[in-house]
Design a protein around this ligand. Structure first.
Ligand code: DGY
Length: 331
């Protein structure tokens, strides 16, 4: 019997390639690529499974001429780069990589929150520019984190990991989520559920941990920013598009909120130029889960999902992190 053929769309470690090559013929990729839909359509023609990354936008047009395609394993917890509805309709299993990146991504939320509140990047730029002539009492005054009220919008695994870290800073934690957490979980986290407007009004600092969907697009835009406190810090480690970047740039320029820490953007990697003009912002290039250990765990988990989805390995036929589980129920 012919071996199934899998395509690793972006450069991968030898370990990941070897794990897949134990079961399949593997098509590797040497350099990071931003494929067009037509390039995906061409590449997918004789492919059974794909190890994809979050920059791979695979849409309905790309899969129309992919008769062999059975599974796409996304290396990432978010999968809004994939047209899951079209893939499901075509019977293609989609998997993601939850859990392995939870703590690392929560750490990053705190890195951005602390850096933005205490003006770390701004201070370093100022210093490197040779502008430090003398110490002064009111140099680069920032916002306190300890003892403040932390708002979390989106209280899934990563939101909860962000909340756990707030204990060490003696913070009050408020959250809003599609569905309220069980009382015992709220109690353990020391987190209080409020509606979205109350969250925006009461939070000294707000961390966004929502998945991206049509419903969460621009969840934070001009009206929401207008409800936030003047001293507030906004952190987005979730997805670009959840924040209206143009509205945020305007709010930062007008000092409607104090600062922002952003790891994700609309139209990545092209940033809204107005964001780059703001001094009161810390910017990182979508590296929320980027530690060596976590990226390795994500890639290996995605490989295992793909192996299972294509009917091999210890979980043959039931990939641990399936997104469109209805396909397995039908089978
Ligand atoms: C994810 O997992 O969705 C991240 O954004 C990519 O590392």
């Amino acid at each position: 019997m012919d071996r199934a053929r899998v395509w690793i769309t972006q450069p991968a470690s030898a370990e990941v390639v070897a794990r897949l090559a134990a079961h399949f013929d593997v098509v590797e990729t040497d350099a990071v690529q931003q494929y067009t839909s037509a390039q995906f359509a061409a590449g997918l023609r004789d492919i059974d499974g794909v190890l994809a990354s979050v920059i791979d936008r695979i849409d309905a047009a790309a899969i129309i001429q992919a008769p062999r395609l059975k599974a796409i394993a996304n290396i990432g917890v978010g999968y809004n780069n994939l047209d899951v509805a079209a893939l499901s309709a075509a019977g293609v299993i989609v998997t993601n990589t939850p859990e392995v990146l939870t703590e690392t991504t929560a750490d990053m939320a705190w890195a951005l929150l602390l850096a933005a509140a205490r003006r770390v990047s701004e201070g370093e730029r100022w210093l490197r520019d040779g502008r430090w002539q003398s110490w002064s009492f009111d140099l680069l005054l920032g916002q306190d984190i300890h003892g403040s009220t932390l708002g979390i919008l989106g209280m899934g695994r990563i939101g909860q990991a962000v909340a756990r870290r707030a204990r060490g800073f003696d913070m009050q934690v408020l959250y809003h989520n599609r569905s309220r957490l069980p009382e015992s979980v709220e109690h353990n986290l020391g987190a209080t559920y409020v509606d979205k407007d109350a969250l925006l009004r009461a939070s000294d600092h707000l961390v966004l941990v929502l998945p991206y969907s049509a419903a969460t697009r621009h969840a934070i835009g001009a009206p929401e920013l207008a409800l936030m406190k003047r001293g507030a810090i906004l952190v987005n480690i979730a997805r670009g598009g959840i924040v209206d970047d143009a509205a945020l740039a305007a709010a930062l320029q007008q000092r409607q909120i104090a600062a922002a820490g952003l790891d994700v953007f609309e139209n990545e990697p092209a940033l809204n130029p107005r964001l780059l003009e703001c001094r009161n912002i810390v910017l990182t290039p979508h590296i929320g889960s980027a530690t060596a250990a976590t990226r390795r765990a994500m890639a290996m988990l995605a490989a295992d999902n793909l192996i299972a989805a294509l009917g091999a390995g210890p979980h043959a036929g039931s990939p641990p992190n399936i997104v469109n589980a209805q396909l397995l129920r039908k089978a």
